[in-house]
Design a protein around this ligand. Sequence first.
Ligand SMILES: NC(=O)c1ccc[n+]([C@@H]2O[C@H](COP(=O)([O-])OP(=O)(O)OC[C@H]3O[C@@H](n4cnc5c(N)ncnc54)[C@H](OP(=O)(O)O)[C@@H]3O)[C@@H](O)[C@H]2O)c1
Length: 386
Amino acid sequence: MTTPKTHFSIALPSPSTPPILLQTPTHAPNPNEALIKVSWTCSTPLDLHRADGNLAVSAYPFLLGTAFAGTIVTLWLRPTTSPNDQPLKEGDKVFGFVSDGNSREAGFQEYITVPVHKISKLPTAKVPYGLKEAVTVPTNLVTAFHALTADLGLRLPWPKSAGFRGGGSKVLIWGGASSVGMYTMQVLKHWGYSGVIAIASGKHHEELRRLGARVCFDYRNPGVLGEIVRYLDKEGSQGGGGGGPRIPYLVDCIGSREGTVKPLSKIAERGSKVAVMLPVINVHAAEGKRPVFAADEKNVQGVVWQEGVEVRGVRAFNYEENDFYRDKLQPEIIPVLLSQGVIQPNKTRVVEGATLLERAQNALQLLRNQAPSGERLIWRVSEDDE
Ligand SMILES: NC(=O)c1ccc[n+]([C@@H]2O[C@H](COP(=O)([O-])OP(=O)(O)OC[C@H]3O[C@@H](n4cnc5c(N)ncnc54)[C@H](OP(=O)(O)O)[C@@H]3O)[C@@H](O)[C@H]2O)c1
């Protein structure tokens, strides 16, 4: 495969300006990096937060995209690297979670250059799907691991022994049908956390029970908070002697001030830990309307947490601070979980468009309209392969 010196990328050119197509350099790999031809990517709410809300964009042009799926063109492994640790080779079908804004690796590009610790190899012989589906996995499966371990302190030992059971502690997942929610629930199920309560619209409940929810509630029902509280009253405390919170762990997979953070503040009790997906959104982006984000997840206007509730804002890009996850999560844990069928990719909705730019813009519009429901928006980057 010949590699062009430059390729097309999707970038935000300046604050609050729609994305454009840019010709950007193709970077030769450094040691322990791979040059990858990208076939598929997916659009996530973060793209909208960046495009319409300038969220945490420090420099322009800002290259978008936190996930890729494609084929390794060139690989440069350090000679000291153990072959067992890095079973990658040129021609492999791979996918991964990468940092947008990083011009080497951002996912909305025809070619990217990625450190090998951010690459998962698709276990092609063992799974009945391809790159198109796998691209939905890395960003939010990494997010799920990071939120459950770094923010909630739950144990997910790797390798998982046959006897390990997380136990029956209640873990409330608000936004169970979001991409983050569905991966979080699959992880909890695999590690034997059996007390999962999922909050999502009713049409998803059957699927969420399959993914491990013990009980589901419909957030579109105006009486949902009362239903949850009645359920908790019936179930009682988790503290053995009656002293602990009724739900020790809560994951806000949405981060909406009115839709999720406020209701959760009415359920969490002293001793509860709450992991909130950042940013907290005060006003959602819409056609002609810029989003408004809360500056700090602990001080959201109009939200009062009970004393003794620990609120943590989730920052998935920080997952590499855990050395073990930096080295193992994408290269080893994710491919093994896929090959074992423990993790099913999200359902996909293919975003069409005549050009790369059109597909990126159409996906942003669908996100503005809050169209995705129990699915991930994916779109083609290169035309000529899988
Ligand atoms: N800070 C981080 O590290 C980090 C990492 C990943 C994601 N995030 C953020 O987390 C949020 C979710 O990301 P995502 O990719 O998982 O989104 P997504 O899959 O696109 O979310 C769409 C889903 O949200 C659900 N939803 C919307 N409002 C809800 C509410 N009030 N209660 C319950 N469910 C609700 C909808 O459920 P129904 O279909 O049931 O209506 C829909 O299925 C985004 O803001 C994203 O930026 C942050």
